[in-house]
Write a protein that binds this ligand. Structure first.
Ligand SMILES: NC(=O)c1ccc[n+]([C@@H]2O[C@H](COP(=O)([O-])OP(=O)(O)OC[C@H]3O[C@@H](n4cnc5c(N)ncnc54)[C@H](OP(=O)(O)O)[C@@H]3O)[C@@H](O)[C@H]2O)c1
Length: 191
């Protein structure tokens, strides 16, 4: 699959490594709007892996290039003081879907640390890979990718569930960086 990753930082580079290992054709791009647009045009699946504050710029750069594409939203809406910037009656992913109505937005990867994203494991333990979205075929493809990377892939429900996945990410971040557990942690779902 041809995949474009917007953002070449911790998340972008981890997912690029993992997805390349699986045999996908992965192009990671930075903040150049033309490169973002061209990479999106050339790809079937896009992954947003830049700060949420860059969302306006990225949506503008994507334009119609995101139409009919699967768009994985791995971003988190954090304030500088590591609190949730929005929630309860919306989520970053739902706002993204409203602004890219022809895209198939799927929330994934946001509840784990970048260091775990290429393998779905930490300290030999398999992490849960929670995936939410409204477009069933797109979500199925993302669940398969999350599983192939090594996660325990779980369908978390419609995109509205991003309202719960985004605070869950904040819990992960605060456990790691405020409570001092460090980034070698992650969530499992025992069932
Ligand atoms: N780090 C984690 O463990 C983790 C886990 C789950 C989710 N997330 C979320 O994933 C996203 C990326 O996190 P990260 O840790 O990878 O951040 P990061 O290491 O700071 O990398 C961010 C990347 O986005 C690029 N960027 C900045 N503004 C941009 C723009 N306007 N258009 C396109 N690209 C732009 C940056 O480019 P420059 O290098 O030019 O600034 C950089 O390559 C964030 O929303 C974060 O909340 C992070």
């Amino acid at each position: 699959m041809h995949i474009a990753i917007i953002g070449k930082g911790n998340v972008g580079s981890a997912l690029q490594a993992g997805l390349s290992r699986l045999g996908h054709q992965v192009q990671a791009v930075g903040r150049d709007p033309q490169q973002i647009h061209q990479a999106a045009l050339a790809s079937e699946l896009l992954i947003l892996a830049m700060p949420f504050s860059a969302m306006d710029d990225v949506i503008t750069a994507l334009g119609v290039a995101a139409d009919s594409k699967i768009v994985i939203d791995a971003t988190n809406l954090l304030t500088e003081s590591l609190h949730l910037a929005d929630g309860f009656d919306t989520s970053g992913a739902e706002q993204l879907q409203a602004r890219l109505p022809a895209a198939r937005v799927i929330k994934a990867f946001n509840t784990c640390f970048a260091s775990t994203m290429s393998s779905g494991h930490v300290k030999g333990e398999q992490l849960v890979g929670l995936v939410a979205g409204d477009h069933a075929p797109a979500k199925h493809i993302v669940l398969e990718i999350v599983d192939a990377l090594g996660f325990d892939a779980v369908d978390a429900g419609p995109l509205l569930m991003a309202r719960y996945l985004e605070p869950m990410a904040l819990l992960n971040i605060r456990l790691g960086y405020v409570q001092g557990l460090g980034p070698d942690i992650g969530f499992r779902l025992v069932r």
